[in-house]
Design a protein around this ligand. Sequence first.
Ligand SMILES: Cc1cc2nc3c(=O)[nH]c(=O)nc-3n(C[C@H](O)[C@H](O)[C@H](O)COP(=O)(O)OP(=O)(O)OC[C@H]3O[C@@H](n4cnc5c(N)ncnc54)[C@H](O)[C@@H]3O)c2cc1C
Length: 627
Amino acid sequence: MANWETVVVNTDLLICGGGFSACGAATEAAYWAKKKGLKVTLVDKAAVDRSGAVAMGLSAINQYVGIRDGENTAEDYIRYVRSDLMGISREDLVYNIARHVDSTVHLFEKWGLKIWKDEAGKYVHEGRWQLMINGESYKVIIAEAAKNAIAAAGGEIFERVFIVDPLMDGNKCVGAVGFSTRENKFYVFKAKAVIAGMGGAVHVFRPRSVGEGFGRSWYPPFNSGSSAYFTIKAGAEMTCQEVRFIPVRFKDAYGPVGAWFLLFKSRAISATGGDYMVVRKAELENWKPYGLVKPIPANLRNYLGMLDTEQGLGPLYMETDEAIKNIAAQFKDDPKAFKKKMKELESEAWEDFLDMTISQAILWAAQNVKPEEKHSEIAACEPYFIGSHSGASGAWVSGPEDLPTPYKWGYANMTTAEALFAVGDGSGASSHKFSSGSHAEGRIAGKAAIKYIVEKGKEPKVDMAEVEKLKAKILLPLDLWEKHSKETTDPEINTNYMVPRQFLHRLQKIMDEYAGGVISGFKTSKALCERGIELMALLKEDSAKMAARNHHELMRVWENNQRVYQAEAHIRSILFREETRWPGYYFRADKPKMDDKNWKCFVNCQYDSKTGQWKMMKKDIWTMPGV
Ligand SMILES: Cc1cc2nc3c(=O)[nH]c(=O)nc-3n(C[C@H](O)[C@H](O)[C@H](O)COP(=O)(O)OP(=O)(O)OC[C@H]3O[C@@H](n4cnc5c(N)ncnc54)[C@H](O)[C@@H]3O)c2cc1C
């Protein structure tokens, strides 16, 4: 085995991940931990200042309810999420986040985030729930608050340490193991409670960007299903694993469309000029009641555009020129004011990309796009797992203590594995929390985890013999490389191993062709899912043959292994749910209709690490009384 030092870290609360939800958890938990003399430790595979989905910055805070100004209520938010997810949401969780999210946003502002204000001093909304921000440094600001809180409470932060597996004592999570992506160090974190906040997953499906563009995707490439893997391997019940997210974005550089649709009120059209939201309105009747709700659920909006492309009416375009002209038209009688407004709109259009998807600005420049003169192509991306956004996959967590929810077995956001909490993309069926809601959820879980430690926390019992086995398994790819890489003239072609990229291509091919990726028009069926599961079993067998030539590739190996579990949970859940509920995200071609009678329920699954078997189950939907 590679000769790496084993570093043991003892803590009370371990926070895995350093993104938005983890920073929320750290800020809140450290506050309570300091009062109780407890230690909080945060571990991120990257550098917290620029890690996770918000690394590059964002141009809007997507969840702000506006309760103090009477703009909306938390109940309104429940209704919005219920419709957008076609009836499938944990209303207790959605409510809990919605009632706390505004205070989180106010903290962001206090910490220095610039939120746009109008002349009356009110927040500028992009849409009903979204606030415009100067967000290039959004993550840095939120990370600073978390780091300060941990430092003030005497905690520790480990950066560039990749968390692999949970440590279990029966059904209780007692820590985690991982490795440094820079030094020869294997880490063992022993904890009384653990929070999984390691984001969602990308590159489970083959991306549209292949060849020289490989790696480019809407979802940042850093998150590889670590939250899902961690909670699945801990034996926690998982939910909504079939609910992937497919955004429609500016084509090829995945630039955001929110500002265009919501702020600029732009239309999207087919190549022949038809506005598919208008032309195909009748189709929405087939998906009622959700199809008739405003705003129309994201998957149905996708679906109407997909119907156009399927019938050869693509490419689809965002009418940027028309939108800009419509807004500037208010100033048409004053040429000077008109010119000034046009300039302002043009710079806002570019800034939207420069704030969060710089490559879209580069692509526009490369393709001579002037948004005020010419429309720009949009397309459906490949599928992603992002339960905090418009997907819903994640762990099945305990609801808030003060609500009459039937889903309560412990402390808020605790999974069905004791002492293990999940947040952000890691917790399921509570979509549309976005950056602010993920942070708020992190705060909820951080506080609950400290409460758990104070009331029930015991010294973690960690079996060091098991740890040694895990260390050998995790470092094996380095040994394989060391032993066999000189056997062939091209070290990437070897009968004893494969490199992580080769494995990744195989996984993506299976998912693309059998589980409804881009190549199959997002369609799958019982037979395709079953075949996909057969191929996945062979892939899993071969996973022990991945080799790594350095720290970075070792991380790639474990990212791949983690993706496989996310992939398998996904195919099994699509197979189990015998209907199509989210057209525009995926279609069960053999069950093309929504079946509320049999399938208006959650699909949950649970993995047994000892037997390698999955258990699939239905769970009832609970609706908040009076909402
Ligand atoms: C392209 C895009 C655009 C978005 N736009 C908006 C927007 O405009 N407004 C808005 O409010 N929200 C937006 N969101 C949503 C928002 O970014 C997410 O809701 C939020 O980041 C989720 O928080 P999280 O903590 O679950 O994950 P993340 O913030 O992604 O954090 C995950 C963390 O886990 C770490 N990690 C991953 N694997 C491991 C591992 N194995 N070991 C240790 N650490 C690990 C990562 O380094 C990272 O720090 C957008 C998301 C995307 C992808």
